[in-house]
Ligand binder design. Structure first.
Ligand code: UDP
Ligand code: MG
Length: 326
């Protein structure tokens, strides 16, 4: 029987500063895993259009006997696209581990992932943040909680709060992910969507030691909107409900004004309240139209059927030959 293969997939965006550390720790862990579980461990790195010398560093690195695939995007396509590229390239593997390059996902945890995958037959083993507070601001934590509460209202499957991209997925889980045609890929949602048997392990993510996070508050808000609009149509339904509620309130108010006109003709009706109402409803309509636009825009983008990423370089070392995606 040939040994099972495990492939570690790492998206890299301007991480040159931390790469040497990461590679050293990965090397130790990969050795431990191959020895303990008799697995062949390989890597796939995806350079997501870095402007520093991340890719040069990877190309120059000596990975020893491990199969390595180095992909470089033609520009920055985003982490979700990078993960998708990794999963596409990991077709040969029995399982893959997705992890960040910034050591916020401690490589040592992969050992636990692999153990649970092999002994309990889980299709995916993921890490979830046990407490957000230690690593993030209170506001961000509250925001995240609200987000997961709202997004899980509507679904037949669960997107576990605090679960990120740090996870092991087995062959059939990867096949399922690969079969999803959308080019806009909110991975945290897709993991939940595909189903299968999943196990969560608590993790307290250490703070970033080198480099800086590329997700600022604005980007988080835009990602939230993206997540909502690609996973639920609840906001559209809420819009309709709000419309009904507002219409009913206006009707009652209209009756009140008419009655007032007949019974208390001396009371002057104010222009200020009219202006306020016009402004208020104008604002509400803009918000709703904008939201509707988000959904329409998303359909337009998906209708173009563009690939989620374009490769500039594809280097394979000692790995099994993998058919190109396109
Ligand atoms: N990343 C990427 N493309 C991007 C932004 C980030 O591939 O456009 C990678 C980055 O190199 C890292 C991982 O995604 O390996 C997580 O990024 P980061 O640490 O900035 O995110 P955070 O930990 O703050 O969520
Ligand atoms: Mg990080």
């Amino acid at each position: 029987m040939t040994a099972k293969t495990l492939c570690i997939i790492i998206p890299v965006y301007n991480e040159a500063e931390g790469l040497p550390d990461l590679l050293a720790r990965l090397n130790a862990i990969a050795g431990r895993i191959s020895a303990e579980f008799a697995l062949e461990v390989g890597y796939i790195f995806i350079d997501d259009g870095s402007s520093d010398d991340s890719f040069a560093l990877l190309k120059a690195h000596d990975f020893g006997p491990r199969p390595v695939r180095l992909l470089q995007f033609s520009r920055n396509f985003g982490k979700e696209a990078a993960l998708s590229a990794g999963i596409d390239a990991a077709e040969y593997a029995d399982a893959a581990v997705l992890m960040d390059a910034d050591l916020q996902h401690p490589p040592e945890m992969i050992v636990d992932f692999v153990r649970i995958w092999l002994t309990e037959g889980a299709d995916s083993v993921y890490a979830y943040k046990a407490s957000r507070r230690t690593s993030e601001g209170l506001l961000k934590a509250a925001f995240a909680r609200m987000f997961f509460w709202a997004i899980n209202r509507d679904l037949r499957y669960e997107i576990p709060p605090g679960a990120g991209d740090f996870r092991l997925i087995n062959h059939r889980f990867m096949t399922a992910l690969r079969s999803l045609p959308e080019s806009d890929r909110f991975m945290k949602g897709l993991y939940g969507w595909v189903g299968f048997r999943q196990r969560g392990l608590p993790l307290d993510p250490p703070p970033r030691t080198r480099g800086k996070s590329s997700f600022n508050p604005l980007r988080l808000v835009s990602m939230t909107l993206d997540a909502f609009t690609s996973f639920t149509t609840t906001p559209l339904r809420l819009m309709a409900l709000a419309g009904i509620a507002i219409a009913m309130v206006s009707m009652v108010y209209g009756i009140y004004v008419v009655l007032q006109h007949f019974f208390f003709p001396s009371v002057p009706t104010g222009i200020a309240s009219i202006l306020a109402l016009i402004a208020f409803f104008g604002g509400i309509q803009m918000i709703f139209l904008g939201l509707l636009g988000e959904y329409v825009g998303k359909s337009v983008l998906e209708a173009k059927k563009r690939p989620p990423y374009i490769l500039a370089e594809d280097i394979s070392r000692k790995g099994e030959p993998v058919a190109d995606r396109r």
